[in-house]
Design a binder for this molecule. Structure first.
Ligand code: F6P
Length: 447
């Protein structure tokens, strides 16, 4: 079996317990585990002078981690502006907040070229290369230009919009053309396939995409959840509830996750179903990322205000309806939080997949499982129809779903959970990576 080379913008530190949030780390970690592999990407560090830098190498078990730094300008123009100020909102259908600049595009390309320059010397002839996410759309082409003949696959973890949205991007046709350098292109859902294939067709490119919905390692997460119930953090949370029902939300601080809309829905719920007042707590865990991007700063202000408003308007001297945190928590502790939660609120306005929905299901106690409320605009929704599906823009829909979830009979909760658990167990992170890599290895070499 050839060595697997994974490339992603962010590479988790193999020695730290708290890992970067997001599905990419969860899925890719599983793909490289126990496999002879190299995981290449950005270190998460910036420094003024990178002229003489060499990749920093660290080997843990079968995986070599190779990382490079970015300059301050690259961080700003490549990561903050082009990848997260432009491509991210565009792919999440948020044309109104994108900002395009040719200088940012140039630095985006420059960083992709720099990744290629540092990666090529580390490559072996029989490697299989798997590149991840929108930061690295042009990397396959950059590697081909440097003579790399290996199989190269690309997987997009976030949604891909239709041409009517994509065409807003001045360099859309060129980026699509660059994607044709890949031997296999994977996206999360059938809708993404239709959108990307539609773009290829309109641009006259003979290429197609396939969908590979990403999953988690449900057995591992369930085990962490069971063990963490005894952890001091989880015990403290449970004690602090004093018998109240726990509603949980876990998301990166990102406008695509629909958190203000969720808070509005929760407020409507408290108004419309006052019998739950004092009987429930919404714990929203929201680690901050991309703090330098303007739209994220605005979101943070909005959420601070909204959480304060709801607690002030509806709380009492012995009860706060929302506990809103912006610090991150270790994954195993989150697993424990999920296990003791009665309801999960997963209401993104758009999401490539959303693994939190799957993690919540995996963490539940089969004898008394909680209920999942899921946005039908999440990539996970087509796979999880037994969740209470809601429109995340409709506060009353969220309110009604919360009431339904909290009033559901144990029999109905178990019935829904069993079906959802089967879905989560069938489509794991290992199946996802194996299916993608088998198909990539079977592709015909490019002419
Ligand atoms: O899955 C989407 C994604 O952008 C990943 O590429 C990334 O690692 C994760 O979300 C977290 O985002 P960031 O690296 O910008 O904090």
């Amino acid at each position: 079996m050839s060595r697997l080379v994974v490339v992603s913008n962010r590479v988790p530190s193999p020695r730290e317990r708290t890992q970067p949030a997001g599905g990419l780390t969860v899925g890719v970690r599983d793909a490289v585990r126990g496999t002879e592999s190299l995981w290449f990407g950005w270190s998460g560090q910036q420094r003024a002078d990178i002229a003489k830098q060499k990749p920093d190498l660290d080997r843990v078990d079968s995986v070599t981690y190779a990382t490079i730094d970015l300059t301050h300008e690259q961080y700003e123009r490549f990561y903050e502006n082009f990848a997260n100020g432009l491509l991210w909102p565009l792919c999440h259908y948020r044309i109104g907040i994108i900002e395009f600049s040719r200088e940012d595009l140039q630095v985006y390309r420059e960083v992709n070229d720099m990744f290629a320059d540092h990666l090529v010397p580390l490559l072996r002839e029989d490697d299989t290369i798997w590149i991840h996410d929108y930061h690295l759309f042009p990397l396959g082409e950059a590697l081909r230009k440097r003579g790399v003949k290996a199989k190269i696959g690309f997987f997009l973890h976030i949604p891909f919009p239709p041409w009517s949205v994509m065409r807003v991007l001045p360099c859309a046709a060129q980026l699509l053309h660059e994607l044709t350098a890949y031997d296999l292109i994977g996206v999360q859902t059938e809708e993404d396939v239709r959108n990307l294939d539609g773009c290829f067709e309109i641009c006259g490119l003979n290429k197609r995409a396939y969908h590979f919905p990403i999953g988690i390692d449900p057995a591992e997460f369930a085990e962490q959840a069971v063990q963490s119930v005894m952890a001091p953090e989880v015990k403290r949370l449970k004690d602090s509830l004093r018998g109240r029902k726990l509603i949980i939300g876990v998301d990166r601080l990102d406008y695509s996750k629909g958190i203000p809309e969720r808070f509005h829905g929760y407020e409507v719920f408290l108004n419309r179903y006052p019998e739950h007042k004092g009987e429930v707590v919404l714990l929203q865990v929201t680690p901050v990322s991309r703090a330098g991007v303007g739209s994220y700063q605005e979101l943070r202000r909005e959420l601070d205000e909204l959480a304060g408003h709801i607690n002030a308007m509806h709380g009492n001297f012995d009860w706060s309806p929302i506990r809103y945190l912006t610090q991150s928590a270790p994954r195993h502790i989150l697993a424990g939080f999920h296990r003791i939660a009665d309801v999960a609120l997963v209401t993104p306005l758009r999401d490539g997949m959303n693994l939190v929905a799957k993690e919540f299901i995996a963490a539940q106690d089969e004898h008394d499982p909680g209920a999942l409320i899921l946005s039908y605009l999440a990539g996970a929704a087509p796979e999880m129809p037994e969740a209470l599906l809601v429109n995340p823009y409709d506060a009353e829909d969220i309110a009604d779903a919360l009431h339904e979830a909290l009033s559901m009979t144990p029999k109905e909760r178990k019935r829904r959970w069993r079906v959802l658990h089967d879905d989560v167990t069938r489509n794991t992170a290992s199946n996802w990576s194996e299916t993608f890599l088998d198909m990539l290895r079977d592709t015909q070499p490019q002419a």
